[in-house]
Design a protein around this ligand. Sequence first.
Ligand code: ZN
Length: 308
Amino acid sequence: MQDVIFQVIINNDGNKLNGYLTEIDKGRQVFNPLNVLADLSSPNLRMEIGNEYSALMANSIEELWEDTSDVYDYSVECGFEHLIKIQDNERDLYVRCVKDIRKIMKLDHTITYQELELFKTYLDITTQVTIINRKENPLHKIIKGILPTDTVPISYGYYSLEEAFKQRLENNIIYLYDCFSLRDVIFAILHYLTIHDYKFTKCMHCGRYFATKNLKQKYCKRTSPYINYKEENLKPDKECEEAVRLIQKRLRERRINLYKDYNENNDKDDQKFLNEYRPYEDEIKKYPTLKNLRKYEYFLYHENKLGK
Ligand SMILES: [Zn+2]
């Protein structure tokens, strides 16, 4: 039998989905099961956005997130907090695995068990899952003293992945996946999300995919990559939804101030400015993407005919 080299633990504590990845002999790291699959093998482009002031650049970064296969050498996995080495002999399969995950995220339906099974066979997945019930087991009183903790596995053997699919247990349940490769780790996360009816959708601001049960959720919980070097009031540590609100507010204020200055220096011709800014502002209300926000910002600070 192969050695377990990773362990994945996912549990929902009632408020939040928690993920823990242990690399045997290297220690444990925390991850967000809702975001991590979309962040696989994507170099961290966050800082690069802030360095250059360019609407076009924000655009190309959104495109890069769609497909990083050309700019990424897959020597390490950088989607988790700490880098994980990808062994030479598993690299080809691993690249396929990441590309498949990207295709899966674009599906407009919840993944079926059959699709999961196909993925598993195709990528030679050998993950095994144990489901642990943290609620007190009725047998607990009897066996207390025999087991070291008050956490009692529902089953002492492994659940098959299919059985786990039927169980659909969630709160207070810990899913523990023994993994024999990095592909197994990816599969484990996908397995958890699939059996709990998560779907993937794209964040309306940063353009990255995330898993959710509620497709009305428009924004992910990542930190917005929008960094403005001009004004300090937007610190780059806000989650996408709040960042959008703050950026929209700041651009609106800039527009109001510009307009005020303009009116003080000109008698009329209000319509010209209104015609110019309105399409931008309508667009950032409907689609507050990095690109649209950048475009409007560029207009308000550089392109408009009203002067500074
Ligand atoms: Zn986002």
